[in-house]
Design a protein around this ligand. Structure first.
Ligand code: SAH
Length: 354
């Protein structure tokens, strides 16, 4: 250890941090009190400071707004289910991908998060999950703020740390981790070669380039066919089904012919479709598809032989649902904003079963 301390101290610290999820050195009672302050300063800078914690669904959904050392804001959302506990984490402060329906995309990119900042969200969620009686944290989705594959090296280092066995890491199963991307083709190919076996999710949102160019602007660089080709390469190598994300936007991408086209693209592939009812963001001209339209879309995909589920929209009333994470706006907005009120009025978040 560079601080001139014996190796067993490093093991003690790892056990405290990764094993007991203890981020505060002053509470590590197996470390001599005289050492705690200097070790804390040298090795445990405050990475994430909780600005605000909000909850709904009787405490089963909990959003944390974090401030980073440079005052950037990011969010993570913990969701407890009967059979699992999932945290949705951020990989960047803001996002540079500019998808017009996504709240994070509107603000642009502030900066990449460090490996330690990414991991610490998981450590906090693991603690919170047990404290809040939601059971042991079992799943992680990189579907918070940011484009994970645009922060490639730090993402992969974080994935290795999270999946390494204790005491060096959190010992979580790669199969229970999902990395969601807009479709950065070279990065998908690199990830394929890492042999990490995490689940890949691709945010497709349209089966045709004309519409996808608008909804996911990076499509102007890598087209639908190239993105899917990279995804099938990932599926072949890992043997894991790729999740195709598709936000259902009324009269924009929800037509029956688009369902049929999507079905043709995915038929026979190691894939399943996850439809996400659009969470309208403040000021957006777009809305979610009506339920009958959604049902028709699902039926057509299934008729093509494509496994399809509809995402539950947990956390809407605390602005914690997909695409609603826009931390810098919310600090002011959640105290008064009528937008927030409107979302509360829209009612309980629910599990959508079709
Ligand atoms: N940058 C990554 C992860 C971000 S968000 C990606 O794009 O995949 C995770 C998912 O939420 C993505 O599929 C994203 O397109 C979707 N999403 C963003 N805004 C949304 C909104 N307003 N309603 C529903 N889904 C949204």
């Amino acid at each position: 250890m560079e601080l001139g301390l014996p190796k067993f101290r490093a093991d003690q610290l790892s056990r405290q941090y990764f094993g007991r999820k203890q981020t505060d050195v002053s509470a590590m009672t197996d470390i001599p009190e005289s050492l705690r302050e200097s070790l804390g300063e040298a090795l445990f800078p405050q990475l994430l400071t909780l600005v605000k914690g909000t909850e709904c669904d009787n405490g089963a959904t909990r959003k944390s707004l974090w401030r980073l050392h440079d005052k950037s804001l990011v969010e993570s959302v913990l969701m407890g289910y009967p059979d699992r506990s999932t945290v949705c984490v951020s990989s960047q402060a803001g996002c540079g991908m500019a998808c017009p329906f996504c709240a994070t995309g509107q603000a642009g990119l502030t900066r990449n998060m460090s490996t330690a900042e990414i991991v610490e969200q998981v450590v906090h969620a693991a603690r919170l999950s047990e404290q809040a009686d939601l059971g042991r944290l079992s799943h992680i989705v990189f579907m918070g703020m940011g484009e994970p594959l645009a922060n490639y090296a730090r993402l992969v280092a974080a994935l290795r740390r999270i999946t390494s066995a204790a005491p060096d890491g959190l010992g979580m199963s790669a199969r229970n981790i999902t990395v969601s991307t807009v479709g950065l083709v070279p990065a998908i190919r690199r990830l394929t070669d890492e042999d990490l076996s995490v689940t890949l999710a691709v945010s497709l949102h349209a089966p045709d380039d004309e519409l996808r160019d608008e909804l996911v602007p990076i499509n102007n660089r890598w087209k639908v066919a190239e993105v899917l080709d990279a995804a099938w390469g990932y599926a072949r190598r890992t043997g894991r089904r790729v999740s195709i994300e598709y936000a259902m936007i009324r009269d924009v991408n929800d037509q029956p012919w688009r369902a049929d086209l999507l079905g043709r693209l995915l038929k026979g592939k190691l894939a399943h479709v996850n439809l996400i009812p659009l969470n309208p963001t403040p000021g957006s001209r777009w809305d979610a598809s009506p339920k009958p339209v959604e049902r028709e879309f699902v039926a057509r995909l299934r008729a093509s032989g494509v496994a399809t589920t509809v995402r539950d929209t947990r956390g809407q009333e605390i602005d914690g649902a997909c695409g609603q994470l826009a931390a810098s706006e919310q600090v002011g907005e959640s105290e008064n904003g009528s937008g927030h009120e409107a979302r509360v009025q829209r009612g309980e978040s629910r599990k959508v079963a079709i």
